[in-house]
Design a protein around this ligand. Structure first.
Ligand code: AVJ
Length: 335
């Protein structure tokens, strides 16, 4: 049962919220676990308050940050083919945000005449709501059923499919998960699919470490501000009092794990109290807090991860420079 359901503002929009204050609890839990561990760590989902979302939007326009542009180029080139291959009447998007790139797919499905419903799943209700309003105007007859929740916990609330379904998980966000949780997330996503349905997954590809590190440590320092933003979230939500400028932004490619790690390195020794948790946190000079991993994939890795979730590749789509990949997959046919 949705914990809160608003009456539709128009007959075509429905938005169910499953968050209540669970998101607040999750920050508290993550901070308590991650800041008392021997190697301090916070999950990247806490970057995205209003300021963090805005900083991320600025990142996507930076000259060094190629993934958004590369993915959009692939979508633009392949949208019609994807519409033809999937005949989708329903687009379910995980982490929909402002749905900027999604419009390319919605256009193609709408033109193909199959599109009936868009199901955005995102933690930010305001974004889902304004996006639902825009899209129902742009695509007359489109139904939007928004699910406000965390795709790690609330996928069970995605409504029953109305016809062939295309689930999309763009941007390379699957790379934010370490292999074990990545496997779980992909298996949960696979459980949204029936035999006629497809998954479109965005993954950033392994490449020259210098290119990768520049993408996560841009010359204008936007990514550094985005990284430090998680400290502002701790200050505001949990009553901490750290000075973000006491932390240096670090972005390094780890060739063994094939992922970018972002960290915040304390420039000096200091102690802060997270008043909301009654928790005292000590930082040694030079101590690092890991704030994000962003895994980079080889084609073999993508195939193996899909296979582990019971999915088989239908199309491998990449940009001319092979920076980024979109994979269309479906449930592996039963023997
Ligand atoms: C939104 C998770 C895909 O990993 O590239 C951008 C987030 N972090 N710059 C990524 C991010 C630093 C981004 N994802």
């Amino acid at each position: 049962m949705p914990s809160a359901s608003t009456p539709p503002t128009q007959a075509t929009i429905r938005i169910d919220s499953h968050l209540a204050d669970a998101d607040g609890r999750s920050l508290a839990q993550d901070a308590r676990a991650g800041l008392t561990a021997p190697f301090k760590e916070l999950p990247p989902k806490h970057f995205y308050d209003a300021r963090g979302a805005e900083l991320f939007d600025r990142i996507t326009e930076l000259p060094e940050y190629y993934p958004t542009r590369a993915e959009r180029a692939i979508l633009e080139r392949s949208a019609r083919e994807l519409a033809r291959l999937t005949s989708a009447s329903e687009l379910v998007e995980l982490g929909s945000g402002t749905a900027a790139k999604t419009r390319v797919l919605l256009d193609a499905l709408y033109e193909a005449g199959t599109l009936a419903r868009y199901v955005p799943v995102d933690v930010t209700e305001t974004m889902v709501r304004s996006c639902a309003e825009e899209l129902t105007e742009e695509y007359p007859g489109l139904e939007v059923h928004g699910v406000i929740g965390d795709f790690e916990r609330h996928l069970v609330h995605v409504p029953e499919a109305v016809g062939p379904r295309l689930v999309v998980f763009l941007g390379g966000t699957i790379g934010n998960f370490e292999p074990a949780s990545r496997e779980r997330v992909l298996a949960d996503i696979a459980s949204l699919l029936r035999p006629d349905d497809h998954l479109l997954l965005g993954t950033d590809l392994v490449k020259d470490p210098a290119v990768l590190e520049a993408a996560y440590d841009d010359a204008q320092g936007v990514t550094a501000e985005f990284n430090r933003n998680v400290l502002r979230v701790l200050n505001r939500e949990l009553g901490a009092a750290v000075d973000p400028d006491d932390f240096e932004h670090i972005a390094l490619f780890d060739p063994k794990h094939e992922w970018i790690e972002m960290r915040l390195r304390s420039r000096r020794e200091h102690t802060t109290i997270l008043h909301e948790l009654g928790l005292t946190v000590h930082f040694a000079a030079g101590e690092e807090l890991r704030t994000e991993i962003s895994a980079k994939f080889t084609p073999a890795r993508v195939r193996a991860d899909l296979a582990a979730a019971g999915l088989e590749l239908v199309r491998w789509l990449t940009d001319p420079d092979e920076l980024f990949a979109l994979t269309l997959s479906r449930l592996t046919a039963a023997p």
